[in-house]
Design a protein around this ligand. Sequence first.
Ligand code: ADP
Ligand code: MG
Length: 452
Amino acid sequence: MTLEGIHFWPEVLTALSLKLNNPLFRQWINLTTAKYNGAQNCVIVLVPNSFIRDHMMGNMSDLKKIIDDIMCKNTDIEIVVDKNSTTTTSSDFLDAEIELEKRPLIKKNKSNFIPRFTFENFIVGSNNQFAHAACLSVAARPSKSYNPLFIFGSSGLGKTHLLQAIGNYVSEYLENTKVLYITGERFLNEYIKAIRTKTTDVFRKKFREDFDVLLIDDIQFIAGKGQSQEELFHAISSAHENNKQIVIASDKFPDEIEGLDARLKTRFASGLVCDVKVPEIETRLAIINNKATELNITISPESATKIAELFSSSVRELEGAITSIGAYSSFANTSITPDFIEEIYHSKQLSNKDKKQVDINYIIKKVCQHYHISELDLLGSNRNKDFVLPRHIAVYIAKKISNKSLSDLAKIFKRKNHSTIIHASEKIEELQKKDVNLKTEIDHLITDIKKI
Ligand code: ADP
Ligand code: MG
């Protein structure tokens, strides 16, 4: 069998990324290559991991149409995970389990990182598997895979946990590898202090030379802070030139961080950017069981499901809820049952933490802006699909993140009754299952709305 590399692959990727207007997807597909098997008239797409393969499979019809158009014929397409690739971008992206198995046996001294924030304690689900695998890859081989690595996502979804897990791993298992963790806020404060005490040379040495792996958490704090952004840019550039690993966490995608230096955005985009999302119910259940074991609390499967249903938007709040439920049950000397959980939840002790009073008008405004339609059209009854989809999305988001009752929502959205709200919301849930890009788009909208 003879295989030829296909020279127009970049053209296919450009067309695909235009079609699937999703910045993350664009990053991932750039890690792919392709070959053409003339005898079988088959394009073989080589991808670095099963995660990217699944995403490409989900967009197979678009991919096929683009390839057929460019090749001017009907071709078969095969998507294969390329474990043997020698390019750094693909071969370094091994499965998490393999990395853990390959861990050296020597264990160094205890590290300064938060002990429970380890890879072992991190539950992997479809919401975070890409970020987790990238962090593990970077921890096992600093500066030999993705550099810089940029992780973003809303609060409470595990970014700090992942950064600290890299710190724990490197400081425990890699000889002669110095790892430094700093938050954006502390970087700023240390810089201000260095100026005040005229010790900027010490500051620069610390952040340009004295480490092999630099972990910068919550980088959004630096945005708009002129001089310290400049310092950070030089620190990152010099680290990069000296082959030192940089990992960054932020609440937003680099391009969306207001006031962030354009040079920093470009620098981040040159590495790998991946996100952590809200976990699916299965992942939430696994997190609940883990936390319950850690706290020595017995939670039945029914009760665990109840908690997972009630707390869906942040792992931090999910963990807080389990701790509170454990405390209440021991205080009241009763066992944890779904009814007991519901009772506590409705006593507002817990519910307010998870579902804040979100302004529905703000949701409507944001969705209208995103889809370029007027509020009158969103709240009207025109069945044109340009209005129906945004209308359903706004209802879905409002139902998901506000604590308004269904009949309140029906009134606000000028719908007939609560079943119209349920119907619209279920429709979007179904669509998201079939269309991962729509899901990403809605996740971004929710993140954006929750920022206020
Ligand atoms: P972020 O930095 O994104 O705001 P954190 O990393 O501080 O969030 O996570 C909040 C809490 O949730 C931490 O206690 C962390 O251990 C826990 N957590 C988040 N994601 C996971 C996960 N996938 N598995 C286990 N614990 C998690
Ligand atoms: Mg954090």
